[in-house]
Design a protein around this ligand. Structure first.
Ligand SMILES: [Zn+2]
Ligand SMILES: [Zn+2]
Length: 762
């Protein structure tokens, strides 16, 4: 027999609170090895002893960790074997601050689903089934360490059976903090429109019955309430839209499984993987030929439909009920006809409703009833939304998962922009992005930003050394940042909006050399006091230079022009000297605008790329007013998509020596009465050509390598992104895009934090 060996193994990564120690325990016991495993400040430490072959086998198996775990680094060293060591044990936590990152909320796992639909299981149809591999985390945790008393499960005392699972290292529920069962855990309840409890035998059955009868229910989820109704009931959908005062913003829908989605949407392998991932985001997929007609009012005029699959046991139980409550999980792979609208309960653009009393108050007149429960939501977290590989919104399933930075730096708090606000906290080489908070145009959302800031600091235990804000001093986020920094005597670094967009990409891709940055966006304050938004930048860490920008367009009426693209169309025709067409196209209202333009009354200029899309849409007659941000641009993309490829207009733009890209000739052509689909396709193709020529010019001027970061909300336009990237990559460029954070203003705080970390203070 070979002499036993002993090894020490240090593991860092996402290894605490994810069932890692019981996993190690089982591997060791199965191989008759001795030693211990414990959590400590760095992650997990293992000392393991036994026959060399068994040790090697153990190490091999260790590299396939449980679903929620992630090994970032693994170090091994040899130790002197112990004389007498009878067994392998899970030891008490070691020294050092527990570094455990709290994991994101995760969709119910297959093992738990099997129990949920097994009539013989003690958790049969129990809406709160979970285990170490699945269930709520971030949204039920108030503070570190991640132990039951610090979660909203604190008030539920484990029954004897649940306690046995919790303490048994060989059990799937060993140290599963939200562990619960029908005897000891949270319960569902049904309430009427005024919040009064309704006495029913079976909440799930009653809820589904109401949904199928055309009611709108507010249902408590992981990170907040959803408004839910039958997506195939046009009258109900119209009523929801009217009650929510959401004129044309699309609703997301939930289907039982992939097989049920085939009827409505088209997608590829990437999309199916995203949909079924434990993060379960909303995925934007191309609508099938049939869905715009058979799902009236869900995503009017748009090419894409936001879809998701169930992620809580409660969601699954609704579909299970609709499928006739068949036993087992076979029904989960068969197409199911039920399709539910699942839209965030955030009336009036205010933060998501998370609390029961708040729900009855704020959703009065919107919801016909409430399905709620007594497990509190401690942190707001909306559904994440993705298109292809790109985040539109990063929240549930991803918060508070860290984004790795190229290097460590001072802990920084960055408070983001004005629209689609998020905040970011960093520690060492990790950046933690908050969930989507919203637009800071109302007091409630500003309060939600402060709450999110406090909560994230509590669960990460980070005391910032630096603060970052947008260059615009009057945003609520900028004021909060300044006040926070002043109170603690910390430096507060103002970061230009488009610099932050490019820095966010540099941060996640580890770009350390100077790069070219193309930021195509709505608007942000420039260093010259102007309104920027179509910027070609040279970016070197904390420094940047504006190499060029889109030709500025007049904004008659300022902000109002962003909501009313027809004003931009008037401005463009005016610039082209085509005032004679104004009356015919836009009627008498255009005369007022013409007057404003001539006298320069309340008419700032902007190089915003978003406004360029608006102008094109209005000139093509696609849309004259925006009900929500980006609507005209989204419809323009949808039209171009349907039309198919067009050739770019080589004469559609002029590139000036001072770096100004002027697309006015393109707009002039669109205004010649081009058919909208053809015009939309021509606009995208020409813009892609113009941008690639622009980048070539910048490379020649700066002598930089062919490396570019593409940032800003316009890159959510998949048509433009694809066409531009294809052009650039064919010409040998290395292109970096936003992958781990949204390219839109939701990613600003990450870029701000990275710039502030790199800034030399002195
Ligand atoms: Zn599970
Ligand atoms: Zn129990």
């Amino acid at each position: 027999m070979t002499a036993p060996q002993r090894r020490a193994i240090q593991i860092s990564g996402q290894v605490q609170g994810v069932g890692f120690r019981p996993f190690v325990y089982r591997l060791a016991v199965a191989r008759r090895l001795s030693g211990f495993v414990r959590n400590d400040g760095a992650g997990v430490t293992i000392e393991i002893q036994g026959a060399p072959a068994a040790l090697d086998d153990f190490l091999h198996a260790l590299r396939q960790p449980p679903p929620l775990a992630r090994i970032d680094a693994l170090g091994i060293s040899e130790l002197t074997p112990h004389q007498l060591e009878p067994a392998f044990v899970i030891a008490a936590s070691g020294a050092g601050a527990v570094s455990a990152d709290i994991t994101p909320d995760t969709a119910v796992c297959d093992d738990c689903l099997a129990e949920l639909f097994d009539p013989g299981d003690r958790r049969y149809r129990y809406p709160f089934v979970n285990c170490t591999n699945c269930g709520p985390r971030y949204t039920i945790t108030a503070a570190l360490p991640y132990d039951r008393p610090n979660t909203s499960m604190a008030g539920f005392v484990l029954c004897r059976v649940c306690a046995r699972e919790y303490h048994d290292p060989s059990d799937r529920r060993f140290h599963a903090q939200p562990n619960a069962c029908p005897v000891c855990g949270p319960r569902l309840s049904l309430r009427d429109a005024t919040g009064v409890p309704v006495d029913v035998d079976d909440v799930i059955a009653a809820a589904l019955e109401r949904l199928l009868a055309g009611e709108i229910l507010a249902i408590k989820g992981l990170g907040g309430f959803h408004l839910v109704c039958d997506a195939q009931n046009a009258a109900t959908v119209a009523r929801l839209r009217q009650r929510k005062q959401r004129d044309a913003k699309p609703f997301a829908v939930m289907a039982a499984n992939l097989a049920s989605l085939a009827r409505w949407v088209e997608g590829d392998e990437t999309d199916w993987r995203r949909l079924t991932s434990p993060q379960r985001p909303i995925v934007l997929l191309r609508q099938g030929p049939d869905s715009d007609r058979s799902l009236p009012g869900i995503a009017p005029g748009l090419a894409h439909l936001g879809v998701m699959l169930p992620y809580t046991p409660l969601h699954y139980l609704l579909f299970h009920q609709a499928a006739g409550r068949s036993a087992g999980t076979a029904w989960l792979t068969q197409p199911q006809p039920l399709l539910l609208v699942m839209t965030s309960a955030n009336p009036g653009g205010e933060p998501l409703v998370i609390d029961d009393d708040e729900a009855t108050r704020r959703l009065q007149g919107i919801a016909d009833g409430f399905v709620t429960h007594n497990r509190a939501i401690l942190a707001r977290c909306e559904d994440s939304v993705v298109t292809g590989h790109i985040f539109i919104r990063r929240a549930r399933g991803h918060t508070p998962q860290a984004i790795r930075l190229p290097r460590a730096g001072p802990s920084t708090l960055a408070l983001g922009g004005y629209l689609k606000n998020t905040l970011c906290l960093t520690r060492d080489d990790r950046a933690y992005l908050s969930p989507h908070i919203g637009s800071l145009d109302n007091a409630a959302t500003c309060r939600a930003l402060e709450e999110a800031m406090a909560h994230l600091q509590d669960i990460l235990r980070i005391a910032p050394e630096r603060v970052a804000r947008d260059l615009h001093p009057d945003f609520p986020s900028s004021r909060l940042a300044a006040a926070y920094a002043a109170e603690r005597n910390l430096p507060c670094i103002a970061v230009q909006h488009h610099h932050a967009h490019i820095a966010a990409i540099a941060a996640e891709h580890g770009l350390r050399e100077p790069v070219l940055g193309l930021a195509l966006d709505g608007v942000g304050l420039g260093t010259d006091g102007g309104i920027w938004g179509g910027e070609l930048l040279w970016v070197d860490g904390a420094h940047f230079e504006r190499l060029g920008h889109l030709r500025p367009l007049p904004l008659p009426g300022g902000d109002r022009a962003a909501r009313e693209p027809w004003r931009l169309a008037v401005a463009v025709l005016h610039l082209l000297g085509r005032n004679a067409e104004l009356d015919r196209r836009f009627g008498a209202r255009a005369m007022v605008i013409q007057h404003m333009l001539e006298r320069r009354i309340n008419t700032p200029e902007t190089s915003s790329a978003g406004r360029l899309f608006d102008a094109a849409a209005a000139l093509l007659g696609v849309r004259e007013t925006n009900d929500h941000e980006g609507q005209a641009a989204m419809e323009l993309e949808a039209l171009a998509h349907r039309h198919g490829l067009e050739r770019p207009l080589a004469e559609g733009f002029v590139l000036h020596d001072d770096g100004v890209l002027d697309p006015l000739p393109l707009l002039a052509t669109l205004a010649e009465g081009m058919e909208p689909g053809q015009g939309a396709a021509c606009f995208h193709a020409t813009l892609a050509l113009a941008l690639s020529e622009w980048l070539r010019w910048a490379r020649d001027r700066t002598g930089l390598q062919q490396e570019v970061a593409l940032g800003g909300g316009c890159f959510l336009n998949r048509l433009l992104s694809t066409q531009l990237q294809t052009r650039l990559e064919t010409a040998g460029w290395r292109v970096s895009t936003a992958r781990q954070a949204p390219p839109n203003d939701g990613g600003l705080s990450l870029g701000q934090a990275w710039v502030a970390m790199l800034a030399k203070l002195g």
